[in-house]
Ligand binder design. Structure first.
Ligand SMILES: Nc1ncnc2c1ncn2[C@@H]1O[C@H](COP(=O)(O)OP(=O)(O)O)[C@@H](O)[C@H]1O
Ligand SMILES: [Mg+2]
Length: 267
């Protein structure tokens, strides 16, 4: 038992056979910088635990190392550290396949990138070329839906927004934050067509909508839930919903859409 423990500890601490001085140095640098080898993983921080997992995998002397999102949750400084570490492991001759979202690391480390989307390989090749591939851009970013281009919005002579630019891709969830009076509601109302643009442009799916009448924004597919309640209080819930589904795009599918909408709110 004692012997087994000794062997296991030696495995964790790196290869079984004697290493040259330089390889010993490399191995030492690849190991987690834990305070002590006897520390429990629960005593290590996330960074150290990730490195320990990596070191344990390396202790098996693999020919192929598979890294699945090992950089997620690390701080930028820790990512830099990990990039250096992975580079050193690779320089020792390891072959690595890694799944990663941290593009900085992908660009810094990978010889080749393969991009999967919904189970299908959509691109493969050198990083620079693959990252410019239109299908990859579409899969990663979605298509460009809304462009707010350097807009200015005035209330009379008083400016409320100026120099505001924003891009929103399909599938994005973008949050606008700012203190009271910063212009958030003005921006939302402007994108909904309720507030006129004084200068600059609004583009929706490539079309300039800056000067459209507000009801045309609805027809284009933009809906707003305004600040403060704006319900038709004399009408029933069903009538309020039916009114919402009156825009030409929704009218043809009204019954199915209402069913879907109600389904969302059922517990
Ligand atoms: N209808 C309005 N007429 C004149 N000034 C307005 C009007 N609505 C907002 N403002 C002014 O525009 C600025 C931005 O307001 P708003 O967009 O409501 O900010 P937020 O939603 O971030 O609190 C503020 O200085 C506010 O006083
Ligand atoms: Mg507001």
């Amino acid at each position: 038992m004692k012997l087994e423990m000794k062997q296991a500890r030696r495995n964790l601490c790196w290869p079984r056979q004697r290493l040259s001085f330089s390889r010993r140095q490399q191995a030492r640098r690849s190991r987690p910088r834990s305070r002590s080898a006897s520390a429990a993983p629960s005593e290590l921080n996330l960074h150290e635990r990730k490195f320990l997992e990596l070191a344990r995998a390396l202790a098996a002397r693999p020919r192929l190392v598979l890294l699945d999102e090992v950089l997620s949750g690390l701080t930028p400084a820790e990512v830099n550290d990990a990039i250096g570490l992975i580079r050193r492991i690779r320089d020792r001759g390891a072959t690595i396949v890694f799944v990663e979202h941290v593009m900085r690391a992908v660009m810094a480390l990978a010889d080749r990138v393969a991009v999967l989307n919904y189970g299908k390989l959509i691109a493969e090749g050198p990083c620079e070329a693959v990252m410019k591939d239109p299908e990859v851009v579409r899969a990663y970013l979605g298509t460009l839906m809304l462009e707010v281009v350097d807009i200015k919005v005035n209330y009379g002579a008083a400016p409320a927004l100026w120099g505001v630019s924003l891009q929103v891709h399909s599938g994005d969830l973008v949050c606008v934050v700012g203190p009271n009076g910063a212009g958030k509601t003005t921006l939302i109302n402007t994108i909904a067509g309720l507030q006129a643009v004084t200068a600059g442009a609004l583009r929706f799916n490539g079309r300039d909508i800056s000067r459209l009448a507000s009801h045309r924004f609805c027809a284009a597919g933009i809906a707003i839930v305004p600040e403060g309640r704006r319900l038709f209080t004399a009408m029933s819930v069903a009538d309020n919903l039916t009114l919402g589904s009156f825009v030409p795009m929704a009218r043809a599918h009204r019954a199915a859409t209402l069913e879907q909408v109600l389904g969302l709110f059922r517990c």
